[in-house]
Design a protein around this ligand. Sequence first.
Ligand code: 5RP
Length: 225
Amino acid sequence: MDLEALKKDAALRAVTFIRSGMRVGLGTGSTAKYAIEELGRKVTSGELTGITAVATSEASDALARAVGITVEDLDPRPFDVAIDGADEIDPQLNLIKGLGGALLREKLVEIQAREFIVIADHTKIVTALGEKAPLPIEVAQFGVVSTTERLRALGATGELRMNGDRPFVTDNGNFIFHARFPAGHDLTAAERSLKGTLGVVDTGLFIGMATRAFVAAPEGVRELH
Ligand code: 5RP
């Protein structure tokens, strides 16, 4: 099974939602990359005009500019569409995101989207969040050991995401703690206490934000909403 082909199928379906003149949120990761490339192709060919975009990471910003998309800074105007991948998708379209390390900018952009379309291959579908993926939690560097102790007191186990022998640093200068919880732990219910933990900048829980998902499987692309 070619997962890359499935990611691309899902991404291309989502890009059909973009019309000329739209303001678009661009996600991060290996699936979002296909959407950015396809949008760039449509912009460069003249099929779409007047597109402006905000990217959710330095990497997506660089890719978008390289493929000819006009990239702006984030301001309070809404996005017509935001398109992004996910690490897990539950039946209510609640998500775990952030294994690509971009959860904070992703949430800042996608919360302002009228239509937030998730794109993924079928391996990302779960019955309950936390089934497969750890929950990425962005934490301030200062006091990180104290912060992770607070998270452990809430039932989390896990470790800092590493980049070689050093902690991975996000585009915002923070660390990421990859948290795991006991089976059956209701992560959607835990969101408020995790988010309210001193030292936590934000979590990879995207609850009630996605409006639609395109999930690609060998038998075709399924639309969920
Ligand atoms: C980055 C993300 C990504 O959207 C998520 O990790 C999915 O990535 P991929 O499409 O590479 O599987 O949240 O922070």
